[in-house]
Design a protein around this ligand. Sequence first.
Ligand SMILES: Nc1ncnc2c1ncn2[C@@H]1O[C@H](COP(=O)(O)OP(=O)(O)OP(=O)(O)O)[C@@H](O)[C@H]1O
Length: 585
Amino acid sequence: MKELKYINKYFKKYKAKLLIGIIITIIARIFSLVMPPYISKSIATVEQFLKAENPDKDALQSTLLTYILIIIGSALLSAFFTFLMRQTIINISRYIEYDLKNEIFRHYENLSLNFYKKNRTGDLMNRISEDVNQVRMYAGPAVMYSIQTFTLFVCVVPIMFYKSPTMAFYCLVPLPFLSFLIYRISKIIHKKSTVVQQYLSTLSTFSQETFSGIFVIKAYGIEPRINRESEILAEDGRQKSMDLARVEAWFMPLMTLLIGISSTIAIYIGGKQYIDGEIATVGIIAEFIIYIAMLTWPVAIVGWVTSTVQRAEASQKRINEFLNTEPQIRNTVSAHTPVRGKVEFRNVTFTYEDTNITALKNLSFTLNHGETLAIIGKTGSGKSTILDLIGRLYDVTEGEIRIDDTPLEQLNLYDLRKAIGAVPQEAFLFSDSIKNNIKFGKSDATDQEIIEAAKRAEVHKNIVKFTKKYDTVLGERGITLSGGQKQRVSIARALIKDPEIYLFDDCLSAVDTETEEKILKNLHKASRQKTTIIVSHRISSARNADKIIILENGTVAQQGTHNQLINTEGHYKDLYLSQLSEKEM
Ligand SMILES: Nc1ncnc2c1ncn2[C@@H]1O[C@H](COP(=O)(O)OP(=O)(O)OP(=O)(O)O)[C@@H](O)[C@H]1O
């Protein structure tokens, strides 16, 4: 229970509701205890009627009617309070689930990129859904059944011993075995259902891949192979599900068997006691049989609760692991620190923690406010890393980055990121309308601003051709944009933000040179007073920049202006000549 202590703060938060829930549970149980003695009394009344020398049928009828009304009334009240009990305690668990999910989600959002590289997305999602659900089972049903069982035991067992200690003893003996057996079965069921769950996620991954890759499957004519794989998978699933079903099938028969044994004991011992005159009426036997039925489920539940708590503890441990992970990048400056846009790298070295790759080595450059820098270099030379470091997605390993002559860590992180309009190498668009995807850069943007940004990104003409224009939904639920269109929507998103620093990471690679030219012109206009860094493999994107850096293995191999570099031997000149001849071809 060490890990589950974490959610005590939520129990405290909902303590008033919890207290009401506990009181309602006790009331519901107390009403359910009214029935058994009245059944006993009814039988005793009939017994007396049958034995009487002058039986009074009217008196018998009126007594029985009174008892029946009491039994029905108490059963109705017990049912009503049981309903309220579920409404309060199960609701509390839903509130706790809601709070915990929000807390985990907020925490996830604060964690740095390194965290996301170390952990798979499926795992993150599992902890926020499946693990939280396990914890909810503890916070709701497990708590509710524990209170219910405790109340029943505290009330029923003394009554049973009061009425007949011998019968009470013999009837209660099988119950701990029941509890133990249910505990064992619940554990096996959990193990086997986890296997089925894993199988189901394999099956859905397989189906998802098959249907999203249906084009390749059909083009290569490999449907028979995929069908065979699917049959093997289905057979595997059948075996696993049957395995689970076999264990689950034991649950109810076991309960029935143990109720049967206890009831038989009640009849046997009770019958003997009645014959020996140790109990006054056979009604007590009926009363005991009802008590046994009442106790069986709560006793079985003790086993279930135990395994539920163990599962919840394991789940909360996994959740706590993430909740205790500190974000590597933190905002330590609460005051606002406006950014103008001078960027300076001073002997920056950066090594990726997970791969141990040193992407930048002792890199230095300065870019004044309003200047444009183009970074050219072979793939893997560290270009994107430079942009990520400016946005403080990672902290440098050695050296220092300064913005407006202030070290990056001394800037308010949110102000810094607000001042940056980054267009990543691989445009990511949300499964939402084009309009909302562009508005992502400025949530209060007007329709006119959105259109203006799209025009500058040279994507407006494409968008208006769609039937729903800017309301066209993208992604799985909607249309798929071409690579170039995606890049341009992503550029529009950065332009609408109107930031102080633009970071364009090879974001025109999927656009034809003519469109590239137009976009670059527009960008030039938009970013005249802004600091701009353009990462590219194309000379056309770099030629108008104030400065050009040629990066090789994380260090500056060459730098200068376009005119200087085409007249110097090196990568830039080679690239220029090859791209020039491509153009001429
Ligand atoms: N997230 C990461 N985790 C670990 N290593 C990384 C990560 N990103 C890049 N690297 C490594 O760092 C080096 C520099 O990568 P970077 O993406 O900065 O190169 P790049 O010049 O932008 O390449 P490209 O032109 O192909 O985009 C590469 O060797 C790469 O494998």
